[in-house]
Ligand binder design. Structure first.
Ligand code: GAP
Length: 457
């Protein structure tokens, strides 16, 4: 579970991030025309493209770049016994306290209690007058009913993590993939938690998407693979442009460990509210397979027919949030500067994450420039994520592309019509170069594959 762990703050404020996301149509509060619904968000056009790129990069790291991981897509509603076996029904709860005065509810473990142990000494209460009742365990799972009759036999839950869908498919995957440990099963999907306290924009919401991979290995290799996944996951974030100085790896203290974990380290990012969990990498031992074997009566173990070896694999789990990673990428990419007396806001996203890779802009919307620009755009769009924008002054169009994180703009001007070259403008350095139209897509694709470092590093 995410913890905010330090007083240090990112130089970008949450207000700035929320404003640019709204202004440029990345993310909107859900059900806004009805006044919103607690901490649920909708993604607009550029938000969808950015999130898709985050997920595609995760799949690339899990599947394309390796041959020891396979994909899975399990159901959101699973047999209720899954949550009994996993320990979620019993233990997936936070301590809830209610204030007798303001009637607000808080997570007790997130409050800075005063000496009497009852009054919060500072916000998030309504002030020092809060009078908190006793804490009680509040289960975070969303309960629902399956079928037309609402009785206790129809109780079901929206999954609070994607991981259990992987464990209950262990047998299927081993049978059909013919993988033997060490190997992993990866999944991206929605999870739901009735969080007591939400907030900080898309950092903690009740509906969110997870990217989880369960890596099954021989028990005596678990520590080695745990270290491997700590290194790999840190590398994933830094290669996608997150500045190393904004990331830390924090091992959990003994009393923080989840019921299933013998060792967990969190990758924490310096969010506007301080260092907070971005991803957890846990050594889950044989807890889950053993629990599901006991509760289902199915043998969930690995048997090597050649050697006659039989064991319950241990599991290493890198568990990340799509929305939280997206927030971290935006925060890390956001900066402003003054150019010729005007403020320029830039999202210096890694080009692979940028919603649009190249914007095609006719200098003016006439004299044949618009027609040629459209032709060039049609040639590019099937090979690389491109956008055509002919509306408004060229300066304003550049600023708009900077704000949505487009790494390259190409401008079609009068010279293009005579020598078939265009101006290629770089989002971060503002450098402009004259390049031929011929080979433009190849040149951009080449740049896309180059190692990339944030201009803010
Ligand atoms: N299977 C292990 C597991 O679910 P977790 O630390 O509770 O572990 C993993 O969740 C990741 O999922 C977190 O690091 C975070 O990125 C994301 N996550 C968890 N709860 C979230 C929430 N309420 N809103 C957004 N993301 C969340």
């Amino acid at each position: 579970m995410a913890e905010e762990t330090s007083d240090k703050r990112s130089e970008t404020t949450l207000d700035e991030v929320v404003a640019v996301c709204k202004r440029r149509g990345f993310i909107f509060p859900s059900s806004e025309i009805y006044g919103g619904v607690g901490s649920t968000y909708d993604y607009g056009h550029y938000g969808v493209l950015l999130r898709n790129n985050v997920k595609a990069e995760w799949w690339r790291a899990m599947l394309t770049d390796r041959d020891d991981i396979v994909a899975l897509d399990s159901a959101i509603i699973q047999h209720p016994k899954v949550w009994e076996a996993s320990g979620h029904l019993e233990g997936f709860s936070d301590p809830l306290v209610e204030c007798k005065v303001c009637k607000k509810r808080f997570r007790e473990d997130k409050l800075d209690l005063g000496e009497c142990g009852k009054k919060p000494s500072k916000k998030p209460g309504e002030g020092p007058d809060c009078d908190l009742g006793e804490a009680r365990d509040f289960n975070l799972m969303f309960k629902t009913q399956v079928g037309p009759v609402a009785d206790s036999g129809s109780d079901a839950y929206l999954r609070p993590e994607t991981a259990q869908g992987i464990f209950i498919n262990f047998k299927n995957v081993v049978q059909f993939s013919r993988k033997k440990p060490p190997f992993g099963i990866a999944q991206i999907g929605k999870s739901f938690r009735n969080e007591i306290t939400t907030g900080n924009f898309i950092f903690r919401t009740r509906e969110f998407e997870q990217m989880e991979m369960e890596f099954f290995c021989p028990p005596d290799e678990a520590s080695k693979w745990h270290q491997h996944w700590l290194d790999e996951r840190m590398r994933w974030y830094t290669e996608l442009g997150i500045r190393g100085e904004n990331l830390i790896l924090r091992p959990h203290d003994e009393d923080e460990l989840s019921h299933y974990s013998s060792a967990t380290s969190d990758i924490e990012y310096l969010f506007p509210m301080g260092y907070s969990e971005l991803e957890g990498i846990a050594n889950r031992g044989d807890f889950d397979l053993t629990q599901h074997a006991t509760h289902s009566g199915e043998k969930l173990e690995y048997f090597d027919q050649q050697s006659g070896e039989r064991y319950v694999p241990h599991v290493i789990e890198p568990a990340a949030g799509v929305d939280r990673a997206t927030l971290a990428f935006i925060v890390d990419a956001y900066w402003t500067e003054e150019v010729e007396g005007r403020q320029r806001t830039v999202l210096s996203l890694h080009p692979k994450l940028a919603p649009v890779k190249v914007a095609v802009l006719p200098l003016v919307n006439k004299e044949g420039m618009d027609v040629r620009a459209r032709e060039i755009f049609e040639g590019l769009r099937r090979r690389i994520g491109a956008e055509f924008d002919a509306k408004g002054a060229i300066g304003k169009r550049y600023r708009r592309q900077d704000e949505i994180g487009t790494p390259w703009c190409i401008t079609i001007d009068g010279d293009t019509l005579s020598d078939d070259t265009v101006t290629l403008r770089d989002r971060d350095s503002l450098e402009q170069a004259r390049v031929p139209v011929e080979g433009l897509a190849d040149e951009l694709l080449r740049r896309l594959e180059e190692p990339w470092v944030s201009p803010r590093a």
